[in-house]
Design a protein around this ligand. Structure first.
Ligand code: NAD
Length: 359
C-alpha cells in the first residue's frame, strides 16, 4: 500500500528543494501518495494564515510530512508558521544529525554530532508582551507587586517557561535515541547558573532521568562552553541535548562544521506525528535561481523513509547522496560547484536507481 505523505513545499527555495526531494524519493520505487499543501507567506496573503487548518488536517490524516522552509517576518507580522506547526502537532523533539560527508571539504574531519532540540517550550513558547502595550503595562505592575521586579517601560518582554514534564519527555527521547543508534554520550547544554529556574529545571530533570540510562554516559556543559568545544574539538561530541533556543542556534553551528546548511537534515517528532524538514530556512537571497543545495531536504526524506520502515530505500538515498557529493562537477555553489538544484537532484535520483537495481 502507498504511504500517504503531506508535502509542504514552503516558500523561498522551498519549492525547488521539495521538488528535488520528491524526485529522489520517487527514484527509490517506494509508493507514495503525496498530498501537496501550500503554506507560507503567499498563503498568508490569500488565506489569512501562513499555516491554514487544511495543512494541519492533512498531517493529522497522513501522520507524516515532508516540508520545505517557510519564511518568518522579523520583529513584526505573523508568528512563525514553523513554530506553530511544531506546537499544534506537539512535535516536541527535533533531531538534527550533522555528519562529515565524504567529498565535502571542511575545517574538521570525523564530525558525527546529533542535536536533539526541545521543540515546544523555552523562549519559543510564544509568551510575548509588546513594548508599549496595555498587556505589558499590567504585566509590569504585577511583577512589581509580586516580587519587586522593575522592567524598563521601553522594554519588550518574552517569557521563558521550561517544565519538568516537557523536559522529561525530551530527555527520555534523547537517551532512547542514543541507545537505539549505538551512541555513547549525551551532553546537555544549559545556562542554569544564570537562568536558575528555567534552565535549572532542564538541567536537574536531565540529571534525574539520566540515572535510568546507566549504559549511556551523561555530561552537562554550560552552553557557552559547549559552543567553544564545538568550535575546537567537534569530533569528540556525540548527542547534544538542548532546550529550544540553544538547540536552534547550535544546529546551525553544527551545520557549519560539516559544510553548511545545504547539507543538514532534520526531523520534528512527537508521539503521533512526524514532520521532516531541513535545518535551513527559505534562503531568500538565492530563491528561484536554481542555486539551492537539495541535499539537506533529500537527507530529511531519507530520515522519513527510515521512519516509515523503508530502510533499504533510506539507505539507497544516503548512498546516492554520498556518491554524488564525491563527484566534483555535481555540486551546488555553496559547496564550490556550479551545478543547479535540478541537476544535483537528477544525479542523486539516478544514483539511487542504480543502487536499487544493483541489489
Ligand atoms: P537561511 O537558512 O534561509 O539562510 C542562511 C544562509 O544559508 C543564506 O546565505 C542561504 O543562502 C544559505 N542557505 C540556506 N539553505 C541553503 C541551501 N539549501 N543551499 C545553499 N545555501 C543555503 O536562514 P535565514 O536567512 O536566517 O532565514 C531566511 C528565512 O527562513 C527567515 O524568514 C527564517 O525565519 C526562515 N527559516 C525557516 C526555517 C524553517 O522553515 N524551518 C528554518 C530557519 C529559518
Amino acid at each position: 500500500m502507498a504511504h500517504r505523505i503531506t508535502l509542504i513545499p514552503g516558500d523561498g527555495i522551498g519549492p525547488e528543494v521539495a521538488e528535488a526531494a520528491r524526485r529522489v524519493v520517487e527514484a527509490t520505487g517506494v509508493e507514495i501518495d503525496w498530498d501537496v499543501q501550500e503554506a507560507g507567506a503567499a498563503v498568508m496573503d490569500r488565506e489569512g494564515s501562513p499555516l491554514p487548518d487544511r495543512v494541519l488536517a492533512s498531517i493529522r490524516h497522513s501522520r507524516t510530512a515532508l516540508k520545505g522552509p517557510i519564511t518568518t517576518p522579523v520583529g513584526s507580522g505573523f508568528r512563525s508558521a514553523n513554530v506553530a506547526l511544531r506546537q499544534e502537532l506537539d512535535l516536541f523533539a527535533a533531531v538534527r544529525p550533522a555528519m562529515s560527508l565524504p567529498g565535502v571539504r571542511t575545517r574538521y574531519e570525523g564530525v558525527d554530532v546529533v542535536v536533539i532540540r526541545e521543540n515546544t517550550e523555552d523562549l519559543y513558547a510564544g509568551i510575548e508582551f509588546e513594548r508599549g502595550s496595555e498587556a505589558l503595562r499590567r504585566f509590569r505592575e504585577e511583577l512589581r507587586a509580586l516580587a519587586g521586579f522593575e522592567i524598563p517601560d521601553d522594554a519588550g518582554v518574552t517569557v521563558k517557561p521550561i517544565s519538568v514534564s516537557g523536559t522529561q519527555r525530551i530527555v527520555r527521547f534523547a537517551f532512547d535515541f542514543a541507545r537505539r543508534n549505538g551512541r555513547r554520550t549525551v551532553t546537555v547544554g544549559h545556562k542554569a547558573n544564570i537562568m536558575r529556574f528555567s534552565d535549572g529545571v532542564f538541567l536537574f530533570t536531565a540529571g534525574a532521568e539520566a540515572q535510568f540510562y546507566a549504559d549511556i554516559w551523561f555530561e552537562e556543559v554550560q552552553v557557552d562552553e559547549l559552543a567553544l568545544r564545538l568550535a575546537s574539538n567537534p569530533e569528540e561530541l556525540d548527542v547534544l541535548l538542548l532546550p529550544n533556543l540553544y538547540g536552534d542556534i547550535l544546529s546551525d553551528v553544527c551545520a557549519g562544521l560539516v559544510g553548511g546548511l545545504g547539507l543538514v537534515p532534520g526531523a520534528n517528532l512527537g508521539w503521533e506525528y512526524a514532520v521532516f524538514e531541513p535545518v535551513h530556512g527559505s534562503a531568500p537571497d538565492i530563491a528561484g535561481k536554481g542555486l539551492a543545495n537539495p541535499v539537506a531536504i533529500v537527507l530529511s526524506a531519507a530520515m522519513m523513509l527510515a521512519h516509515l520502515g523503508e530502510t533499504d530505500a533510506a539507505r539507497a538515498v544516503r548512498s546516492g547522496v554520498t556518491e554524488v557529493l564525491a563527484t566534483p562537477d555535481m555540486r551546488t555553489r555553496d559547496l564550490g560547484g556550479t551545478a543547479s538544484t535540478e541537476e544535483v537532484a537528477a544525479a542523486i535520483a539516478q544514483a539511487v536507481r542504480h543502487v536499487i537495481s544493483s541489489r
